[in-house]
Write a protein that binds this ligand. Structure first.
Ligand code: UDP
Length: 470
């Protein structure tokens, strides 16, 4: 086998839907470039994905799926409230199993399935242990953060914000005050646009999730490179600032548009394809599509307020209400949402094939929690957005949508019926927002086309991996 063909990347995402999706798209790109890929899941998710994973591996002889335990009991809900425990389980239980596994995979003949030794690791940028262990074992490692460059830069700036006295916020302080100290964002970033955990910081309390993400971000300076699922034309300024801090930065996205992978292979829930037939029956650009991602949980009060605003706006809607989103009141809420919209004017389902939904001619706007995958999926399809951000990077992303790219509106912290009604109306009706969203989509399309910024970055990354592997 030629040296280039021996390049074999072990990819290791944290076991959350958005991360799995972008790692799968990345893997598809590597496979198309001729590399081997070992995709490392957790045992729990590999079981949950079952046949879909076996089919994906069977379709590609250079792809295999392996797994390590995540350290959590089987009946743990693995929801957003448990992220700190999940990260801890990964840092302890998963890391020990990963070390043993990688030690055997990096040797020729380490496994019986004919795969060459692993020559490079691309691990989730919030699992620094994964690239530390790889380097200890002599395998070069790249950090892949599946979020926006602007949010990575915001996290990287947290120590400086503390030094400047911008953090913690003064008690009872105005969240609309501007924030100094995040490079390139001083003219538009407010306290409320920083990752939401910044709000719970006090002089005596450190938020464990914020602490973990900031520590991982700072630590990514040590990785051989930082890879991001974004594009230069969307995030030029943030990328330039990050490039000064990291050993190298690759902006290779949006990967889902460059290397389409079968969505089922990483979807933790079953798609409801019936929603596409329902969309077929709706008029062009008439439907509000609502999804708050794979982790967000909402209260019954938020649900009621939101539903009232949505119904008052008067458009048909397609709403993803995951089974674990509302706790005990889920079933009643579902019936309420369907009844409130009126006959045939709503479709409420647990999970949809989001990409197919976003590109459907009937969808007029996307009401999103501003997770990064959802954000770039909406950008690529040129759909105007209404942002209702909840946690981690979502506050920063939604500010970029509302104030920088202007392809949508940022509801931010206000889930009141009047605000929901008003922002949805603007997103559905404003010719200017629609034009801006379309222009942004065209710009990103140029980035991913042959010779475009992201396409060139992906080639540069593959050469870099081959060099590290030789
Ligand atoms: N998604 C999907 N079907 C749904 C809702 C979401 O396939 O009904 C996908 C969506 O396309 C995206 C991912 O789930 O790729 C969610 O990732 P994101 O980063 O937006 O948010 P997170 O779930 O991490 O909060």
């Amino acid at each position: 086998m030629a040296a280039a063909d021996m390049a074999h990347v072990l990819v290791f995402p944290i076991p959350a839907q958005g991360h799995l999706n972008s790692f799968l798209h990345f893997s598809t790109g590597l496979l198309r470039a001729g590399l081997h890929v070992t995709f490392l899941h957790t045992d729990h998710n590999l079981r949950r994905l079952g046949a879909a994973v076996r089919e994906a591996a069977a379709a590609s002889p250079r792809l295999r799926f392996l797994s390590v335990p995540d350290g959590l009991p089987d009946d743990d809900p693995r929801d957003v409230g448990g992220i700190p425990q999940l990260l801890e389980g990964l840092r302890t239980t998963a890391s020990a199993a990963y070390r043993d596994l990688l030690a055997s995979l990096r040797r020729a003949g380490g496994t019986a399935d004919g795969f060459p030794p692993v020559t490079c690791v691309v691990a989730d940028g919030i699992m620094p242990f994964a690239w530390d262990i790889a380097e200890e074992l002599g395998v070069p490692a790249i950090a892949y953060r599946t979020v926006s460059a602007c949010s990575v830069l915001a996290y990287l700036s947290v120590p400086k914000l503390i030094e400047l006295g911008e953090l913690p916020f003064p008690e009872g302080g105005d969240l609309d005050e501007p924030i100094r100290g995040v490079p390139g964002m001083e003219s538009f970033l407010r306290r409320r646009d920083l990752p939401v955990q910044c709000r719970s910081l006090t002089n005596t309390y450190q938020d464990p999730l914020l602490e973990a993400v900031v520590a991982a971000t700072v630590h990514s300076r040590k990785a051989r490179a930082l890879m991001l699922n974004t594009t230069a034309s969307l995030e030029r300024s943030s990328l330039a600032h990050l490039a000064r801090e990291m050993r190298d930065v690759f902006a290779v996205g949006p990967l889902h548009a460059m290397s389409p992978a079968p969505a089922v292979a990483t979807s933790l829930w079953r798609h409801d394809d019936g929603c596409l037939a329902w969309l077929d029956s709706q008029a062009e650009r008439s439907v509000v599509y609502i999804s708050l991602g794979s982790l967000t949980v909402i209260s019954h009060e938020q649900f009621t307020e939101f539903l009232h605003g949505l119904v008052a706006a008067g458009y048909p809607f397609l709403w993803v209400l995951r089974p674990d989103m509302l706790g005990a009141s889920q079933d009643a809420a579902l019936q309420e949402a369907i009844a409130a919209a009126g006959e045939g004017r709503s479709c409420v389902v647990p999970w949809v094939p989001q990409r197919d939904v976003l590109r459907h001619r009937a969808v007029g706007c996307f009401l999103t929690h501003s997770g990064w995958n959802s954000t770039i999926e909406g950008v690529v399809e040129g759909v105007p957005m209404v942002c209702w951000p909840f946690f981690v990077d979502q506050q920063v992303n939604s500010r970029f949508v509302g104030a920088v790219w202007r392809n949508g509106l940022d509801m931010k912290d206000v889930c009141e019926r009047g605000v929901v009604e008003g922002t949805v109306r603007v997103a559905m009706e404003s010719a200017e927002v629609r034009r801006t969203a379309r222009a942004l989509a065209e710009q990103v399309e140029r980035d991913i086309a042959d010779g475009g910024a992201s396409a060139l970055e992906f080639k540069r990354l593959v050469s870099f991996i081959r060099e590290l592997s030789s």
